[in-house]
Design a protein around this ligand. Structure first.
Ligand code: NAP
Length: 246
């Protein structure tokens, strides 16, 4: 048994999730990582001395097999998710909205439900939801993603009310621009267009967000960090960005 207990990180094959798994392992957690790309997960688990398990948060059977394979857990980081498309609502596709709600919102709901009993049994459970500034701002073309992240924000606030009196903390992390594979996924594999998102600014990296998560989950047990909003210095809102160079 590790010093800090077991931490589960979803969507740990890339970006914020992979950096969080590394940061929590460095803090003394025994880390269990989940995602669909097992080759990457296994390499990461080998590097941090953790455990890799296949996970598709949009699939109830996959979530249940994952949760069954984790006997105890103290921290759950609901990070898996992302955006697809930047079309205005009038041109948006149902399948993109459906994927964003399935991966970001229902994925977090399923994982939380699946591990809630074990989080409580740890005596000091902690649920982290990786939301976004899109959870409290709207922007043109952001329709499905901002709606999903608003829903995740509502989920975090609802859980905090419903779990009051039980030994489980709930923290929402809301980042601005982070350079990960996020924009490549959003633009359906168009790496050139994705690169443009970070043009002329120094964005956050996965490690910067991981640092916030690791800090929040290592506060004393009576301290609940409700939310952390973290952006690059060159970003004032979802759409107001100083591109004057790095
Ligand atoms: P990323 O590099 O694309 O990572 C996304 C991760 O989610 C990958 O590990 C991916 O793994 C996993 N994932 C996607 N669908 C999944 C599924 N069905 N089941 C399990 N895992 C799944 O992007 P990121 O920026 O690190 O995103 C992580 C979180 O941060 C997301 O919730 C995103 O909305 C949020 N966020 C990102 C930014 C940003 O600017 N980058 C800003 C605010 C919030 P597999 O493909 O291997 O399954």
């Amino acid at each position: 048994m590790s010093e800090r207990g077991v931490a589960v990180v979803t969507g740990a094959s890339s970006g914020i999730g992979a950096a969080t798994a590394r940061a929590l392992a460095a803090q003394g957690f025994e880390v269990v990582v989940g995602a669909r790309r097992m080759d990457r997960l296994q390499a990461l688990a080998g590097e941090i001395g953790g455990r890799a398990l296949p996970l598709d948060v949009t699939d109830a059977d996959s979530v249940s097999a994952f949760c069954d394979a984790v006997p105890e857990v103290r921290v759950l980081v609901n990070n898996a998710g992302g955006a697809v498309g930047l079309e205005p609502v009038a041109e948006s596709r149902d399948e993109d909205w459906r994927w964003m709600f399935e991966a970001n919102v229902l994925g977090s709901v399923r994982m939380t439900r699946g591990l809630l009993g074990k989080l409580e049994a740890s005596g000091d459970g902690h649920i982290v939801i990786v939301g976004s500034i899109a959870g409290f701002e709207a922007y043109v073309g952001g329709g499905g993603y901002t709606a999903a992240k608003h829903a995740e924000r509502a989920l975090a606030r609802t859980l905090r009310l419903e779990l009051l009196g039980r030994p489980i903390r709930v923290t929402e992390i809301a980042p601005g621009l982070v350079q990960t594979e996020f924009s490549v996924v959003r633009f359906r594999g168009d790496a050139g267009r994705a690169e443009g998102v970070y043009q002329g600014i120094r964005p956050l990296m996965g490690e910067d967000v991981a640092d916030c998560i690791a800090w929040a989950v290592t506060r004393p047990s009576h301290v609940n960090i409700d939310e952390i909003v973290v952006r690059p210095r060159q970003q004032a809102s979802a759409t107001v960005v100083d591109r004057g160079g790095r």
